[in-house]
Design a protein around this ligand. Structure first.
Ligand code: NHR
Ligand code: GAR
Length: 221
């Protein structure tokens, strides 16, 4: 007898840039019996290559161009309206470059993840690779966290480390961090789709129903 079909979690990805993280997620969700489905990709930039990657994969796309809105609130209201049309169970920020208002974040609280290119809590915000180099850090990396109203401050689910080389520029370092993002993000997204990850309150994570004792961190190879 065949098991009754169960609706898979509906994933909505938001991206602003080249979309290599989106590509890694598309490939991951193509694995046999993947427990989720990317239903749409949205961008604030009409020229984002992420939109082309999505179209190429047969995924619906939408654009809400932030330059056409008078305020962050007006932009977010339209973004939220479009997002809700896809009834996502999970929203994945993949190189999304607009800070989201508390109202939008609350609407998807516990259902929104971000990949951030630093070992949080170090270096919230932008230009993380340059800041790590300038600080003389020997180890840098990437974090995946639940999105809360606190910018890059939501609880961290997992991280991957990257060694900083003496001759690194922000660009060479970014490239190696990006490779780790492509490994780490699909793992965490899968955990969410399998129902293993929960946000409890604003700052606690449950993994398989248990509080996480430490942030899982893949060491630099
Ligand atoms: N929104 C909330 N509320 N909370 C978070 O944790 C968020 C968020 C929106 C985006 C991604 C984040 C990152 O990983 C993210 C996390 C953009 C900026 C930024 O300063 C900062 C952090 C992140 C994304 N954006 C400028 C702005 O005025 C615009 C920069 C640009 O367009 O290039 O929105 O780093
Ligand atoms: C990634 O490194 C991601 O961590 C970073 O932008 C890059 C997007 O690459 N995100 C941010 O800086 C968010 N502020 P991609 O478009 O190729 O996935």
């Amino acid at each position: 007898m065949q098991a009754a079909p169960v609706d898979k979690p509906r994933i909505l990805v938001l991206a602003s840039g080249s979309g290599t993280n989106l590509q890694a997620l598309i490939e991951s969700t193509r694995e046999r019996d993947y427990p989720g489905e990317i239903v749409a990709v949205g961008s604030n930039r009409p020229q984002s290559f992420a939109l082309e990657r999505a179209a190429q994969a047969g995924i619906e796309t939408f654009t809400v161009d932030h330059t056409r809105f008078e305020s962050r609130e007006a932009f977010d209201a339209e973004l939220r309206r479009q997002m809700e049309g896809y009834q996502p169970d999970l929203v994945v920020l993949a190189g999304f470059m607009r800070i989201l208002t508390p109202e939008l974040v609350r609407a998807f609280q516990g259902r929104m993840l971000n990949v951030h290119p630093s070992l949080l809590p170090k270096y919230r915000g932008l230009n993380t690779h340059q800041r790590a180099i300038e600080a003389g850090d020997l180890v840098h990396g990437v974090s995946v966290h639940f999105v809360t109203e606190d910018l890059d401050g939501g609880p961290v689910i997992a991280r991957a480390e990257v060694e900083v080389r003496p001759d690194d520029s922000p660009e060479t370092l970014a490239e190696r961090v990006l490779q780790q993002e492509h490994i780490l993000y699909p793992i965490v997204v899968r955990w969410f789709c399998e129902g293993r990850l929960q946000l409890a309150g604003q700052d606690r994570i449950l993994f398989d129903g248990q509080p996480m004792p430490t942030v899982m961190t893949l060491p630099a190879s």
